[in-house]
Design a protein around this ligand. Structure first.
Ligand code: FES
Length: 156
């Protein structure tokens, strides 16, 4: 078993050795959209690994390709569904605005102000800036996720 520190929510779940970082997020009921079903194609499970990168499996070519489409990518970016935990010391933070809501929750946010930047789960671009009113067109931008994933699969 290995522990993974999720600094954004101040939790440190224990997962099986070689389980995915995603399993640590799911153990704490973080709302991961998983638009591609954990196949490394959508980046809805994007995380930043702030420590312990050496305790994770290497980045695959597919993961690299998916991350390269993200505007919010950094040197320590990983896809939680692709990174497997082999050792201790992994510390992960979540990109602000990516994990805030599920699609059905978004509907209830129409007309309210975004409490943080809300990001497109595949490209990472800002859909709604912090403090701006959330509109229906913002929700519509998320409705093409299935199409985006099948396009990525076809290109793979
Ligand atoms: S769930 Fe799609 S890339 Fe991880």
């Amino acid at each position: 078993m290995k522990r993974v520190a999720l600094t954004t929510i101040n939790r440190t779940p224990e997962i099986k050795t070689h389980a995915r970082v995603l399993d640590a997020l799911l153990a704490e009921e973080v709302g991961v959209m998983m638009a591609c079903g954990g196949r490394g194609l959508c980046a809805t499970c994007h995380v930043y690994v702030d420590a312990g990168q050496e305790a994770l499996t290497d980045v695959t070519a597919r993961e690299q390709r998916t991350l390269s489409r993200l505007t919010s990518v950094r040197g320590n970016s990983r896809l939680a569904c692709q990174a497997r935990v082999c050792g201790e010391g992994v510390r992960v933070s979540l990109p602000e605005g990516l994990y805030v809501v599920k699609q059905q929750d978004l509907e209830s946010m129409i007309g309210k102000r975004a409490s943080a930047n809300i990001l497109h789960p595949i490209t990472g671009r800002i859909l709604a800036e912090k403090g701006k009113i959330i509109t229906r067109s913002f929700i519509m931008q998320l409705s093409d996720l299935d199409y985006d994933v099948s396009t990525a699969l076809a290109e793979d």
